[in-house]
Design a protein around this ligand. Structure first.
Ligand code: GLY
Length: 291
C-alpha cells in the first residue's frame, strides 16, 4: 500500500490576504503527517501529527486561535479514530491547545469514547496535559471577533472552520482526526459534530476515513462522515463520496460545510459547498493543495 494523507483547514470564507497563510498552514500539516508515514509510521500517528500542526497555527479555528464562546472562554472539541473502529473524543474542553492528543489518549485507554467539560479536563491532567493561559491561546483575530460579536456588530459564524486529517499508512491502516473551536458565539458547553464518531469524523478499514467541517448542528443531523464512508462502501470513488456527503448536508438540512475523504486504496477526495476550504495532500511524496 502506498501511504497518503489529506488535511483541511475548515470550510467557510477565507479573506484574500489570509489565503496564502491558510494554504501554507495546510501544506505544513500535510508534510508533518507525511513525514510520519514516509518513516514507516502509522496512520493514527500521522493524523495526530498533522492536526497538532493545525492546532498550533493561529490561522485556524482549532487549538491556539480558536473562537471564544459567549463567556469569552475557548472550549475545544476533537476526535480521532482508526479503521478498527477505535475512537476517542473530547467536547467543550477548556483552554487546551492540543485536544487531538487528549482524544488519542482516550482512544488508547479504551474505557470511554467521549469525555466533555470538567471530566475531559480532569482526564487531560491525568495524562499530563494542562490547559494553557488565555494569553497563550487567544489571538488578536479571535479577540477582535469576540468583541464585535459582544457589541452585536458581527453575526456569529455559520460554519466551524474546523481542521482535520485523513491518512492511510504503508500497512493499509486508516485513521481520521478532527479538531475545532466550534462555531463562534456558541453557548458554554455546546458540543458540535467534530468529536462525534460518524458526524465529524470516521474511519473504517472496510471503506476509508473522513473528516468533516462546517455547521456542526447540520453535520450531526445527517451524520456526514459516516454518510461519506457508506458511499465508499457502496462503490463510489473518494471524490464522489465527498460530493455526495456535501450534497446531503446542503440538500437535506441546508447546512454549509465540506469534507475530506481517503479510501482504502489510498485515493483522496474533497468537496465543499462554501466559498473556500483550504486543503493539502501528499501522495507518493507529491504535495498538492488548494483553497
Ligand atoms: N464543525 C465544527 C462545529 O460546528 O463545531
Amino acid at each position: 500500500m502506498k501511504p497518503a494523507i489529506i488535511v483541511h483547514g475548515g470550510a467557510g470564507f477565507v479573506d484574500g490576504e489570509r489565503i496564502p497563510r491558510c494554504r501554507e498552514g495546510c501544506e505544513q500539516a500535510a508534510r508533518a503527517g507525511w513525514e510520519v508515514l514516509a518513516a514507516g509510521g502509522g496512520a493514527l500517528d500521522a493524523v495526530e501529527a498533522a492536526v497538532r500542526v493545525l492546532e498550533d497555527d493561529p490561522e485556524f479555528n482549532a487549538g491556539r486561535g480558536a473562537v471564544l464562546n459567549r463567556d469569552g472562554v475557548i472550549e475545544v472539541d476533537a476526535a480521532i479514530m482508526d479503521g478498527a473502529l477505535r475512537a476517542g473524543g473530547v467536547g467543550a474542553l477548556p483552554w487546551v491547545r492540543h485536544p487531538v492528543t487528549v482524544a488519542r489518549r482516550i482512544l488508547e485507554r479504551g474505557e470511554h469514547i467521549l469525555l466533555v467539560g470538567g471530566g475531559a479536563l480532569a482526564f487531560a491532567r491525568e495524562c499530563g496535559i494542562e490547559p494553557e493561559s488565555p494569553e497563550a491561546m487567544v489571538t488578536v483575530r479571535s479577540r477582535a471577533r469576540f468583541e464585535l460579536e459582544c457589541a452585536g456588530r458581527l453575526a456569529p459564524s455559520a460554519t466551524g472552520d474546523t481542521v482535520g486529517a485523513c491518512a492511510i499508512d504503508a500497512g493499509g491502516q486508516l485513521a481520521a482526526a478532527t479538531s475545532t473551536g466550534g462555531i463562534s458565539w456558541k453557548r458554554p458547553g455546546r458540543v458540535g459534530d467534530s468529536p462525534l464518531p460518524g458526524a465529524g469524523n470516521y474511519a473504517d478499514h472496510l471503506a476509508g476515513a473522513a473528516s468533516a467541517t462546517g455547521h456542526g448542528e447540520s453535520i450531526i443531523r445527517v451524520v456526514m462522515a459516516k454518510f461519506a464512508i457508506d458511499r465508499l462502501r457502496s462503490g463510489l470513488g473518494a471524490d464522489e463520496a465527498a460530493r455526495a456527503a456535501v450534497d446531503e448536508l446542503g440538500g437535506r438540512v441546508g447546512g454549509e460545510g465540506g469534507i475530506i475523504v481517503i479510501d482504502r486504496a489510498g485515493r483522496i477526495g474533497h468537496a465543499r459547498n462554501t466559498p473556500c476550504m483550504p486543503w493539502a495532500s501528499v501522495q507518493g511524496g507529491e504535495l498538492a493543495g488548494g483553497v
